[in-house]
Ligand binder design. Structure first.
Ligand SMILES: Nc1ncnc2c1ncn2[C@@H]1O[C@H](COP(=O)(O)OP(=O)(O)OP(=O)(O)O)[C@@H](O)[C@H]1O
Length: 589
C-alpha cells in the first residue's frame, strides 16, 4: 500500500506541472523562501537575545538588539508573503487538477469495453476511484503544507543542533510517536473506507433511485418510501458499525502515541533546564533554544499532521490511479482493420456470448446474414438473447466464439469508433438526456447551426407539434429538475430516442422495442418511416408486438440464445411453430 505512494505523488506533481508550470514554480519558490526565512528568523533571534539579556540599561540593550530585530521583522514579513503567494499558487493549480482527474475518470469509464460494466467489482472500484478524485482538491494543499513544514523543521532543527547537539534527537523522539500514530490511524481509516466501499456504492445507487424525480410517482404510489428509507438507513448503519468497531483501535493508537511523545517531550525540556542550570549553556543561548525548540516542535507537528494527511490522501489517489490504469488497459484495442463503405453485408458465424459470472450463454451459436436494404425482425421470450444479439452486431460486445463481420471484416479487428460512426441504436432502455431538444436529437453527431435536418428527424417521428408547443421549441431544456426545464411524456421521450437514431442516417439501424410506449398513431408512423428509409441500410427491429414484424423481410425467433425459427411473416404465422403460437396468444384476448 505504502510502496505506491511515491508513484502517486510523482504523477500528481507531473500533472500539476503540465497544468500550470508557473504556479508550480511559484509554489516551490515560496517553500524555499519560507525555509530560508525561518532559518534567518531563528538566527537573528539568537543574535537579538545576546544584547537583550546582556548588561546595561533597557534602552541601551534594545538599541543593541535593534539590527537583529529588524532582520527578524523582515524575515517574518517575507515568510508571510511567501505563504500568501503559495496559497495563490495552490488556488491556481487545485481546481484544474481536480478537473483533470475528474475528466480523466469520466473519460476512462466511458471508453472501457462495455463488458467491464458486467464484471464483478468494477462498480466498487469505480466508487473507490471517485473518492480519489474528490480528495484531489486537498492534495496540493496537503503536499504544500507538508513540504513547507519539512523545510521549517530542517532549518529550525539545524539552528537547534548548532545551539546544542543533544536537543535535536530528543525532540525528534518527542514527535516521532505522533507521526507513527497518525500514519497508523490513517491506515485504519482507509481500511474502513475500503470495507465500506461496496455498501456505499449500493447506498449511493439506492439513494439516486429513491430520490430521483423521474421515479417519484412509482416510489409514492407503490408505498416504497418506508422500505427505501429503511434500506438506506440499514446500509448506513452497516457502514457506521464498521467505523465504530475501529474506534477503540484508533483510541489506543492515539493514547499510546501521546504517552510516548509526552515522555520524550518532558525529557527534552528537562535536558534544556539542566543545561541552563548547570551553566553548560549561557542564558541567551538557552532562551534561543526555547524558541528553537518551540519552532521545531511546531514544524515537526505540522510535518506529522500533514505527512499523515498526504499519506491518507495518497491511498485514495492510489485507488484512483489503479482504476485509471486498469480502465486504460480495458479500452478497446481491436486492431487496425478498416471497414469498406457502404455496409452491404453483416454476417454472424456461430456466435457465442456469455456474460461474466453467468453459467449460460446469452447468445449460443447464432449464424445470420443481413444484406443492405433488408429489414430483420428479432422476436422471442424475455431473456432469450435479443438485446445481447444487437450488442454483438454493433461490436459493443465481442463474441467469445465465432465472428461478427461487416463487409467480410471481423469486428474483432476494427476500431469500434469506425463501426459506431455507421450505427444508429434505439435501445430498450434509452437515455433521457437533461439537454435541450436539439441536443437530444443531435447528440453524438457534429454540431450543426442549421436546424433543417433536426426538424426532419423530429417530423419523421411525428413530434413537430409537441416540440412547437414547448416553451422554447428546439431550445427547450428537457430536465424538469433544472430551473427553466420541462418534461416530456414517456411516449414523447421514446419518439425523441427514435429521432436521434434517424438523424444519424446510419448504415445499420437497430431499434429494440422502439414503440413500446407509443400510441398506435406514433407506432404506425415509426414503422412506416422505417420501411420508407430501409433501402439504403440494414435495419433490425426487436419487438414483442408480432404484428409489427409484417414489415420485415426476414424474421428470426430466439429461444435460450439460439435461433429456433426463421422465415417470412406469412410462413411463420402459418408454420405451427413458436411464432404462430405467440401470434395466436397475442390475438386471443
Ligand atoms: N449485463 C448483463 N449481465 C449479466 N447478464 C445479463 C446482462 N444483460 C443480460 N443478461 C442476461 O443475458 C440473457 C439475455 O438477455 P437479453 O437482454 O439479451 O434478453 P432479451 O431477449 O433482450 O430480453 P427482453 O425481451 O426481456 O428484452 C438473460 O438471461 C439476461 O439475464
Amino acid at each position: 500500500m505504502c510502496a505506491r505512494i511515491p508513484a502517486v505523488l510523482g504523477r500528481i506533481a507531473r500533472l500539476s506541472w503540465r497544468i500550470d508550470r508557473r504556479a508550480v514554480q511559484l509554489l516551490v519558490g515560496c517553500q524555499v523562501v519560507t525555509g530560508v526565512s525561518a532559518a534567518v528568523l531563528l538566527t537573528a533571534t539568537a543574535r537579538a537575545m545576546e544584547p537583550v539579556l546582556g548588561a546595561g540599561s533597557a534602552g541601551h540593550r534594545l538599541r543593541g538588539a535593534l539590527p537583529a530585530l529588524l532582520v527578524v521583522a523582515l524575515a517574518a514579513a517575507l515568510a508571510r508573503t511567501a505563504g500568501a503567494l503559495a496559497s495563490y499558487a495552490d488556488r491556481r493549480i487545485t481546481p484544474r487538477l481536480t478537473t483533470e482527474t475528474d475528466s480523466a475518470l469520466v473519460e476512462a469509464v466511458c471508453r472501457v469495453e462495455a463488458v467491464a460494466y458486467a464484471e464483478d467489482g468494477f462498480a466498487d472500484r469505480r466508487e473507490a476511484a471517485e473518492m480519489g478524485v474528490s480528495r484531489t482538491h486537498v492534495m496540493v494543499t496537503d503536499a504544500q503544507r507538508f513540504v513547507s513544514a519539512v523545510i521549517r523543521m530542517v532549518t529550525a532543527s539545524g539552528v537547534l543542533s548548532v545551539l546544542n547537539p543533544l536537543m535535536l534527537p530528543l525532540l525528534l523522539l518527542a514527535v516521532l510517536p505522533a507521526g507513527v500514530g497518525a500514519v497508523l490511524s490513517a491506515r485504519v481509516d482507509y481500511e474502513i473506507h475500503y470495507a465500506n466501499v461496496a455498501d456505499r456504492n449500493v447506498r449511493g445507487m439506492m439513494r439516486w433511485w429513491a430520490t430521483e424525480a423521474r421515479y417519484s410517482d412509482e416510489v409514492r404510489a407503490n408505498s416504497m418510501t418506508d422500505y427505501l428509507v429503511y434500506w438506506h438507513r440499514a446500509l448506513s448503519d452497516r457502514c457506521d458499525r464498521r467505523s465504530l468497531a475501529a474506534a477503540p483501535r484508533t483510541l489506543r493508537i492515539a493514547l499510546l502515541s501521546a504517552l510516548a511523545g509526552g515522555v520524550f517531550l518532558l525529557a527534552t525540556w528537562g535536558v534544556l533546564a539542566w543545561l541552563a542550570v548547570s551553566g553548560r549553556v549561557d542564558l541567551a543561548v538557552a532562551a534561543t533554544a526555547v524558541i528553537a525548540v518551540q519552532t521545531t516542535l511546531a514544524a515537526l507537528s505540522q510535518v506529522v499532521v500533514n505527512g499523515a494527511a498526504v499519506f491518507h490522501t495518497s491511498l485514495y489517489l492510489g485507488d484512483m490511479q489503479s482504476f485509471l490504469d486498469d480502465a486504460a488497459a480495458r479500452a478497446p484495442r481491436r486492431g487496425p482493420g478498416r471497414l469498406t463503405a457502404p455496409v452491404d453485408e453483416i454476417r454472424l458465424d456461430q456466435v457465442v456470448y456469455r456474460y461474466p459470472g453467468r453459467d449460460k450463454n446469452a447468445v449460443d451459436g447464432v449464424s445470420l446474414a443481413l444484406r443492405r436494404g433488408q429489414i430483420l425482425a428479432v422476436v422471442g421470450a424475455n431473456g432469450s438473447g435479443k438485446s445481447t444479439l444487437t450488442r454483438l452486431l454493433t461490436g459493443v460486445y465481442l463474441p467469445d466464439k465465432g465472428a461478427v463481420s461487416w463487409n467480410g471484416t471481423d469486428l474483432a479487428g476494427v476500431d469500434p469508433v469506425t463501426v459506431w460512426a455507421r450505427t444508429g441504436l434505439v435501445p430498450q432502455i434509452f437515455a433521457q438526456w437533461p439537454l435541450r431538444v436539439r441536443e437530444n436529437v443531435t447528440l453524438g453527431q457534429p454540431r450543426t447551426h442549421d436546424d433543417t435536418a433536426v426538424w426532419e428527424a423530429v417530423d419523421a417521428v411525428g413530434l413537430r407539434e409537441a416540440v412547437e408547443d414547448l416553451p422554447a421549441g428546439l431550445d427547450t431544456l428537457l430536465a424538469r429538475d433544472i430551473f427553466g426545464g420541462t418534461e416530456l411524456s414517456g411516449g414523447q421521450w421514446q419518439r425523441v430516442a427514435c429521432s436521434r437514431a434517424l438523424y444519424r442516417r446510419p448504415e445499420l439501424l437497430i431499434l429494440d422495442e422502439p414503440t413500446s410506449q407509443m400510441d398506435p398513431q406514433g407506432e404506425h408512423q415509426i414503422f412506416e418511416k422505417i420501411k420508407a428509409i430501409s433501402a439504403d441500410r440494414i435495419t433490425i427491429v426487436v419487438t414483442h408486438r408480432l404484428e409489427n414484424t409484417r414489415i420485415a423481410d426476414h424474421i428470426v425467433v430466439m429461444e435460450h440464445g439460439r435461433i429456433t425459427e426463421q422465415g417470412r411473416y406469412d410462413d411463420l404465422a402459418h408454420g405451427g411453430g413458436t411464432f404462430a403460437e405467440l401470434l395466436e396468444l397475442s390475438q386471443d384476448r
